[in-house]
Every structure is written in C-alpha cells, then in structure tokens.
Design a protein around this ligand. Structure first.
Ligand SMILES: [Zn+2]
Length: 165
C-alpha cells in the first residue's frame, strides 16, 4: 500500500488540521478550489493551536504496542518511567497478545485497563496497568496504539476485547 501522510498537531496530536488561503470558483467542477496557501499557519481543529511547524507523519496502518516501566526509584526521584516500543505494524491478534503479556510472571494481577480518552472516537491507545512486580517493586504498563484508519465502532470492539473502561 502506498504510504499516506497527515499533519499532526504538536499540542494535542489531533490530525484535524486546516489551512487558510484564497479560493476560486471552478465553473466546470461546480465547487471552490484552493488557489494558494501563501504563508499562512496551519490551525488545529481540535485545540486551536496555530503554527507553521505541524508534524508531517505517515499514516499508520498496523497496531503498535509500547511499554512503560515505573520503578520505586522513579517514584522517589519524581521521574517519569522508561518508555519503549515493543512492536509496530502488528496485526490485531499479535498486538493483543503482546499488550496482555508482562515481562515477569511474578507480578500482581491487572489493576486496570483504560482508554486514552473517554470519547472512544478520540481514543488513540488503550493501556493495561499491571500490578506490582514482587521482586523489583516496579509497575509495568503496556499500551495498544490504535491505527488512524479505525472507526469508533472498531475501536469499541477492541476496547471490549481488552475489557477497557
Ligand atoms: Zn491540537
């Protein structure tokens, strides 16, 4: 499949991005067409952020799974945990398997599964928060990142498969 790109708001990650410019009426097509963008900034349709510096990124097709480890040392130092990508461009089946695994079997059960936004259409990922690891005292969470093409209905199905709230 040919790679498509999108603009992404650096503030809120939305891809609802608009630009301002003059339009000309096309008599043959019976619609307005954009003449020029001059040097106008891009505007985020979700948060209103304006900038020339929007990220131009490829549209993702597959699922991605990331991991965050939060240790007692992180907590003591007021730091964020360490973050890494465990897999990208995964099938749903592989992604579900990976997101539900833990790096050690010696860990308390799952504490919660949460959507990144309460509105399912806006949700970009689903996070599994695991309980404390018995040996290290660390907490591991794994997130399933939903590809851009997913509709609210298909996101809802994945959320149900993961028992997300
Ligand atoms: Zn925004």
């Amino acid at each position: 499949m040919e790679t498509r790109y999108k603009f992404k708001c650096p503030e809120c990650c939305s891809d609802d991005v608009a630009a301002d410019g003059p339009a000309r009426w096309n008599v043959k097509e019976q619609e307005w067409e954009l003449v020029d963008l001059f040097d106008s900034p891009l505007i985020c349709g979700d948060c209103g952020y304006e900038s020339h510096e929007f990220d131009h990124v490829p549209v993702t097709h597959g699922f991605r799974v990331t991991q965050e480890i939060f240790t007692p040392e992180n907590a003591a130092d007021g730091e964020a945990g360490s973050h890494k990508t465990l897999g990208r461009n995964l099938s749903l089946r592989d992604a579900l398997e990976l997101v539900n695994e833990t790096r050690t079997a010696r860990v308390d059960g799952v504490q919660g599964v949460e959507l990144s936004a309460s509105d399912i259409a806006a949700a970009g990922w689903i996070t599994v928060y695991n309980g404390m690891e018995y040996e290290s005292g660390a907490h591991e969470s794994r997130a399933l990142h939903l590809p851009d093409w997913m509709t609210a209905a298909s996101k809802r199905r994945v959320a149900q498969l993961m028992n997300a709230t």
